[in-house]
Structure formats: structure tokens, C-alpha cells
Design a protein around this ligand. Structure first.
Ligand code: SF4
Ligand code: SF4
Length: 490
């Protein structure tokens, strides 16, 4: 009996034990059988397309901007070619809320479809790293034998080759990951410039490489079990109408092994299965669905938090059903209600409620987005300064201006004083705002004393571009105040 088998917990104790942890609290390493079948083929197609997208994402540009850039350090985010700044916080809040509600709605209807088909963790683990493992170490049986073997030459070269390729891939993924954060151009500079010029970038690449290598070489399914918050939320997001990878217990039970279906006084054959269909369920307890599961669970125990809906057990069971001449789909995409009551219901009141909230959030988001000005200008009195008294009963204040250009073209702007009547004198040139950039400057405002309204006068500015008013900004002007105010201040 293999070492792995010795350490396994009795299958019936699944309710209070994790299959990946043995009775002593040690890790049960999962050796899933290589999946094959129609779902696996389709998952390969989807994974290939998504990997192509992931690897080309940082190099795809829209209007000269990256398709996706999450520059946390510079606080600049580009999503599908549209740039968002910290000033767009309200948009980001509505956008994030819409994404969260979409995830909740999608999960309530389709379960963990995302996890099995599109999650980068599953795609890289099952479609890239696991395949390399099968290629080097063979299928489940060979892997178990290799693991239990002493450290001979075959084991050394296979393990060294596997982990060498794993680390190389982790390094590649960390570079791409960084490209999504700082942009492909910055990453290129880190790679081509002398190392001393980009120490922080090189340290980041090294740390990310170590993290990705640890995740795909060692942590594996533990990420889905313990780290991913989405997996943890399943118990509240799913209900009896959600579509999940399900075992049809109505059809499958009572499960009985082929050899036990023999009350004929001889060893049962596959043909006997059809004859004895009234007495036995369709599940022949062959454990193929368990052996193929990368999470190490038995789907026949019902929907479990560990299940990432990878569909490997569907393919494995369909293959068994083909062999024993039973209809496919003993394990299939279905819902608890569909299996128990034979009724499939997708549009439930819960789904309708989530959909209504999602529509409101999406409409609000796009309304705010369409109303978003091309520039965002802030004008504030220069901190730490007071008014200055000028000849002819006039007073002046100094202002600081900062303009952000949210478009991909250069904006020429002019700031005018709208109210009250006065004089605006720029201190330097801040009229040109570069695309996706900002400009800063200062200007002086001079007001006559008869235009002042006490010690603080409200002033209104307008920002013009190409003769068109694009923004109106209010600020305050500090003056000496009335005689009474001055006396009170003294
Ligand atoms: S693969 Fe199908 S028949 Fe075999 S144990 Fe699993 S559910 Fe039963
Ligand atoms: S139970 Fe089936 S669908 Fe769920 S993780 Fe295991 S093999 Fe994949």
C-alpha cells in the first residue's frame, strides 16, 4: 500500500475533514489523474485564448494607451483604454460595486463557472503547470511511484527539470504581472537598463517570481481552499437553483461496485449492469471521478467549497458511462432542485433582485462617465499666505492651480476670473496640459476694495479651452475685512 494511501482519511468523514489534510494534520498531496473528454477539450480552447490574451495584454494599446494598466504607485488606472485618476473615485466606487454585484449574480446563477474556466489560478495550474508535470513525471500512478521512490538519478533529473521549468514560467508570469502594473515600456527599461538603475523593479520581479513558483509548485489547490476569498463566499452565494457540477444521486444511488452486483453466483459482467438497473443506481463506485479531481474531493458527497467546477469529474464519469452503456451525465452541470424535483429554475426572485441592482449601478456608472469633464482643475489659495495691499485700494491673493488632462490629446487651456470683477495675472505658463498628464502653476488675483465682501470673498473661475468653457471653479479671496471685523479680530 502506498504511503499516500496509508495517510488518507476514511472517505465517509468528508464533512469534518479536509481531504488534503491527514489525521496528523499533514498535507495529503493530490495526484489527480490526467483528465480527458469533451469538457477538457473545450477548456483547452478557452484556456489557450485566455493565455494569449494575458500574454499580449500589456502590449495591446488603445489610442496609444495600454489596454489595461493598474499603476498603483502613480495612482493611474487604464481600463480598456480609458484612464481613471484618483479624482474619479466616485466612478471607481460605482464600477467596483457593479463588478461585485455582477460576480454575486453570476455565481447565484452559474455557480463557480469562473473558477473552472477562466480563473488565472486554475488556468495556469491545470492547463500549464500540471500539463508539464504530466509530461515529465507521467500520469497519476507514475507520479505516486516517483514520489515514493528513493532519490535515484531518474527522480533527481525529473524533479530538477520540472522545478527548473516551473521557476522559469513563474519568472515569466511575474514579468507580465509587473507589466500590468507599471506598463510594458517601464518593464522593458527594467530589463534593458543596468540593474543598479531599477533595484526596486528587480526586487519586485524576484519576489513575484518566488510567490508564483510557490503557488504553482507547492500551494496549488490550497490557494482555492484557504486563500481565495471568492471560494470562501460560495456558501452564501449559492442556492438550490444555482447551476453547479453535480452528481445525480437520484440516478446514481445506491452505488454498487461491479463485482458486488452479482447475485447470479458468478462474477458480474458489464452486461449485467443493464439487467440489474432496477436494483442498483448507475454509479459503479469506480472512483474515477475522485481520482481525476485536482481538489481531491468526491463530488458524490454533494456540492463542496473545495470544488472549482473544473469539469474533470464530468469527463471521467461520462467515459465510464460510455463503457457500461449508460447515458452520459451522471455527473453534470445541474442544480440541486433540478436533480431533486426535476425542475430547473434560473430566474428566481433573488436573481431578479440582483439583476435590477446591477442595471441601476451600470446605468449610474455610464451616466457619470459620460458627464466626466476632460480636465479636472483645482484652484486653492497658496497655503501660508495672506492678502497683499496694493496702491489704489486694491488687494491681491496668490493661488495655486493644478489641472489634470484625462484625455489622450494635449489640451490648451485658459483660466479666467468670472466673479467678482478683478485682474488675473499668471505667474508662469500652465496653459498646456499634456495628454494623460497634469500641469501645475500659480497666479495672482487683484481685487478692488469695493468688490470685497468682508474678510472672505467668494471668487469664481472658469477654465476655457478653444474658446469653450469646460469647468467652473469656486474659491475664496482673503481681504482685510470691514472695520468692525478688524476690531473683532484685534
Ligand atoms: S465516475 Fe461515475 S460511476 Fe464512477 S464513481 Fe464516479 S460517479 Fe460513480
Ligand atoms: S469535484 Fe469535479 S468539478 Fe469539482 S474540482 Fe473536483 S473534478 Fe473538478
Amino acid at each position: 500500500m502506498s504511503k499516500e494511501k496509508d495517510r488518507r482519511i476514511d472517505n465517509d468523514s468528508f464533512r469534518d475533514h479536509l481531504t488534503t489534510v491527514d489525521e496528523e494534520g499533514k498535507r495529503n498531496w493530490i495526484f489527480p489523474k490526467k483528465p480527458s473528454g469533451r469538457y477538457y477539450k473545450w477548456r483547452n480552447v478557452v484556456a489557450t485564448l485566455l493565455l494569449l490574451f494575458f500574454f499580449s495584454g500589456p502590449f495591446i494599446t488603445v489610442n496609444g494607451q495600454p489596454l489595461l494598466l493598474l499603476d498603483i504607485l502613480e495612482r493611474k488606472f487604464v481600463i480598456f483604454g480609458t484612464a481613471f485618476w484618483p479624482q474619479d473615485l466616485h466612478l471607481l466606487v460605482f464600477g467596483a460595486l457593479a463588478v461585485i454585484v455582477f460576480i454575486v449574480l453570476f455565481t447565484a446563477v452559474f455557480g463557480r463557472l469562473w473558477c473552472g474556466w477562466a480563473c488565472p489560478q486554475t488556468i495556469f495550474m491545470e492547463m500549464v503547470f500540471r500539463r508539464i508535470e504530466y509530461w515529465i513525471e507521467g500520469d497519476r500512478g507514475s507520479q505516486i511511484r516517483l514520489n515514493n521512490a528513493p532519490w535515484n538519478w531518474t527522480k533527481i533529473w525529473k524533479k530538477t527539470l520540472k522545478h527548473g521549468i516551473f521557476f522559469g514560467l513563474a519568472f515569466l508570469i511575474s514579468n507580465l504581472f509587473l507589466a500590468y502594473i507599471i506598463g510594458a515600456d517601464e518593464l522593458f527599461k527594467i530589463i534593458t537598463d543596468p540593474p543598479s538603475q531599477h533595484l526596486a523593479g528587480l526586487i519586485s520581479i524576484t519576489v513575484f517570481s518566488g510567490v508564483f513558483y510557490g503557488v504553482f509548485a507547492f500551494l496549488r489547490e490550497q490557494v482555492c481552499h484557504f486563500i481565495c476569498p471568492y471560494g470562501r463566499m460560495q456558501s452564501v452565494l449559492l442556492d438550490n437553483n444555482s447551476i453547479n457540477v453535480m452528481y445525480d444521486y437520484q440516478r446514481g444511488e445506491p452505488r454498487t461496485k461491479v463485482k458486488n452486483r452479482d447475485d447470479l453466483g458468478r462474477k458480474a459482467t458489464l452486461d449485467d449492469l443493464n439487467l440489474s438497473g432496477a436494483d442498483y443506481g448507475d454509479c459503479i463506485d469506480c472512483h474515477q471521478c475522485v481520482r481525476v479531481c485536482p481538489m481531491g474531493i468526491d463530488i458524490r458527497n454533494g456540492t463542496q467549497l473545495e470544488c472549482v467546477h473544473c469539469t474533470a469529474c464530468i469527463d471521467a464519469c461520462d467515459d465510464v458511462m460510455d463503457k457500461i452503456d449508460k447515458p452520459r451525465g451522471l455527473i453534470r452541470y445541474s442544480s440541486e432542485n433540478a436533480i431533486k424535483k426535476g425542475k430547473e429554475k434560473i430566474l428566481t426572485p433573488r436573481v431578479a433582485g440582483y439583476s435590477a441592482i446591477l442595471i441601476v449601478l451600470i446605468v449610474t456608472f455610464f451616466t457619470f462617465l459620460s458627464m466626466r469633464p476632460d480636465t479636472e482643475t483645482t484652484i486653492l489659495r497658496q497655503p501660508g499666505t495672506l492678502y497683499q495691499e496694493l496702491p489704489n485700494n486694491r488687494y491681491s491673493n496668490i493661488y495655486e492651480v493644478k489641472s489634470i488632462n484625462k484625455t489622450f490629446k494635449t489640451i490648451e487651456q485658459e483660466i479666467k476670473l468670472v466673479q467678482p470683477e478683478g485682474e488675473l495675472t499668471p505667474l508662469g505658463n500652465f496653459s498646456t496640459v499634456p495628454p494623460q498628464g497634469s500641469t501645475k502653476g500659480r497666479f495672482l488675483i487683484k481685487l478692488k476694495s469695493n468688490n470685497l465682501n468682508g474678510s472672505r470673498t467668494n471668487v469664481v473661475f472658469a477654465v476655457y479651452s478653444n474658446g469653450k468653457k469646460i469647468e467652473t471653479i469656486e474659491s475664496g479671496f482673503i481681504g482685510p475685512g470691514s472695520k468692525k471685523e478688524r476690531q473683532n479680530n484685534e
